[in-house]
Ligand binder design. Structure first.
Ligand code: ADP
Ligand code: ZN
Ligand code: MG
Length: 489
């Protein structure tokens, strides 16, 4: 029997909700701050009291335009808000303001990096604005509690074309979307806290088939890993179902990370007839050329451009450039370290870039281990690397010092003295150690002079050991070579 993975082709489309980092809500002046006392960030507008009128937050439009432009979307002249009607205890208005038939951004794309190193274009159908609903807290002891702080919090929804083919591609797509959102400074990208949410639509079809199969929608994944796992689970379930003679029914499933399985939502919750209609309280959003030009001018350097600049201008390998630009925070940090070294001016800009890249990619990212916030400020790391360049410390001592700097806020130069890590460049001390090594190892010296050049490394190693690792390696090498050639002559 043909391998089932080859017999079927999965098709995936993602809907990503991203909470915008505006200070106030989408249609009123309430704060968007996360984690406040329940039901304190509210007003008559976001509670939908009769007689109140929503006023669109201009920053929300600025933010979504940035994302639209960064993903190559077209921005129709006019877009329209619509009401999405449904009843739920955490939705006091009885509807969410969203965009339906006329979204603000359409027909974009992003490029993703596949696992095999190739790149792929993934279409973006639309990006629209909407407001969040409140939150129901199901407390086993009491009852269900409602917190409406999130009502009216501004979101954008990014809808992809059904262009993704594997859970890995879905992961790469999400990575790219989050990277863009955080570079643009419009979303913090935190999936665990819910500022980034993803619903995954998935179907399978016989390999070679052009028509799409019936899809299901999986919700409730709170990490990229879980999106990947949920997709793998659901693809497998659909294939097994079809193999067993069944048919996929269109439904919404909830991912249960603990069970590593997805379960259908209760059909009552799922049945949706939102009866969208244009919101009569809000005028259409008109984005003219001038506004678009301003939005375009406000775009920062995007990740792909930055990566190419790191390769083209700084001379970094493509691999380094990818790692360093994955997160804006890392790229900013790296460039600050390079700036410190370039100001010191001890080495060429290319050397400074590569040595900074090595430190950031290995030592800094290792200590950070996925957390945010560098363990040592760029200024201090730059100073540290500068001390290797000017011969104050050896590379080995610098690594010890780096560990220390992670927990000690002291000045790197002061710490060198305190920890006794300074490199010995005093030629008389080096000469003394070199002489001692040569005197103590007369037999090896004979061998060296007899033609065994490989022993040279041993002499240098012994000298370094006598100097407790602090001898300046270049000076030791030079001195040793000179002494040995004198013996030869
Ligand atoms: P709905 O009407 O259920 O909202 P849409 O056509 O608006 O569906 O698409 C929602 C998301 O589902 C989009 O990301 C789209 O790419 C994806 N999608 C649509 N049809 C399929 C399918 N057959 N298989 C997988 N994904 C799909
Ligand atoms: Zn409000
Ligand atoms: Mg839809």
């Amino acid at each position: 029997m043909k391998n089932l993975q080859e017999k079927y082709e999965p098709v995936i489309g993602l809907e990503v909700h991203a909470q915008m980092l505006t200070a106030s809500k989408a249609f009123c002046g309430c704060s968007t701050k996360f984690g406040g006392e329940p039901n304190t960030n509210v007003c008559p507008v976001c509670l939908g009291m009769p007689g109140t009128l929503p006023v669109l937050n201009a920053n929300l439009v600025e933010f979504i335009l940035r994302m639209g432009l960064a993903t190559g979307c077209a921005v129709p002249h006019r877009s329209v808000f619509a009401r999405k009607n449904y009843f739920y205890p955490d939705l006091p208005k009885g509807y969410q303001i969203s965009q339906y038939e006329a979204p603000i951004c359409v027909n974009g794309a992003v490029e993703i990096d596949r696992e095999d190193g190739s790149r792929k274009r993934v279409g973006i159908t639309r990006i629209h604005m909407e407001e969040d609903a409140g939150k129901s807290i199901h407390d086993a002891d009491v009852d269900t509690l409602v917190d409406v702080n999130r009502c009216g919090v501004p979101l954008i929804e990014i809808v992809s074309e059904p262009d993704l083919r594997t859970p890995g591609e879905a992961h790469a797509y999400l990575t790219r979307i989050r990277q863009l959102l955080t570079y643009l400074g419009i979303c913090d990208g935190n999936m665990e806290e819910g500022s980034l949410r993803c619903d995954a639509n998935v179907s399978v079809r016989p390999a070679g088939e052009k028509r799409l199969g019936t899809k299901t929608e999986v919700k409730n994944m709170n990490s990229f890993r879980n999106v990947e796992r949920a997709l793998a689970y659901e693809i497998n379930r659909q294939i097994q179902l079809i193999e067993d003679g069944g048919r996929v029914v269109q439904e919404t499933l909830l991912w249960d990370a603990g069970q590593n399985a997805a379960y259908p939502m209760r059909s009552k919750e799922e049945a949706h007839d939102y009866r969208y209609f244009p919101d009569p309280d809000l005028v259409p959003v008109v984005v003219d050329e001038a506004w678009l030009a301003r939005a375009r001018a406000s775009l920062p350097e995007l990740p792909a451009a930055r990566r190419d600049r790191f390769v083209g201008e700084l001379g970094l390998p493509r691999y380094d450039a990818d790692v360093l630009t994955a997160e804006k925070e890392t790229a900013d940090y790296f460039e600050s370290v390079v700036g410190v070294l370039n100001r010191l001016g001890l080495r060429s800009a290319a050397e400074n870039s590569k040595v900074s890249s090595n430190w950031v990619m290995t030592d800094v990212l290792r200590v950070m281990d996925g957390k945010t916030g560098a363990p040592v400020s760029a200024e201090r790391l730059g100073t540290l690397i500068g001390m290797i360049q000017d011969g104050t410390v050896s590379g080995t001592a610098a690594r010890q010092l780096f560990e220390k700097l992670c927990s000690d806020p002291g000045d790197p130069r002061g710490l060198v003295a305190m920890l006794g890590l300074a490199q010995v460049s005093d030629t008389s001390a080096i000469e003394q150690a070199v002489d001692e090594v040569l005197n103590l190892n007369a037999a090896q010296v004979e061998k060296y002079l007899g033609g065994n050049e490989k022993i040279f490394g041993f002499f240098v190693g012994e000298t370094m050991r006598r100097m407790k690792g602090k001898g300046n390696p270049k000076l030791i090498n030079d001195m040793m070579r000179e002494k040995l050639s004198r013996k030869r002559g």
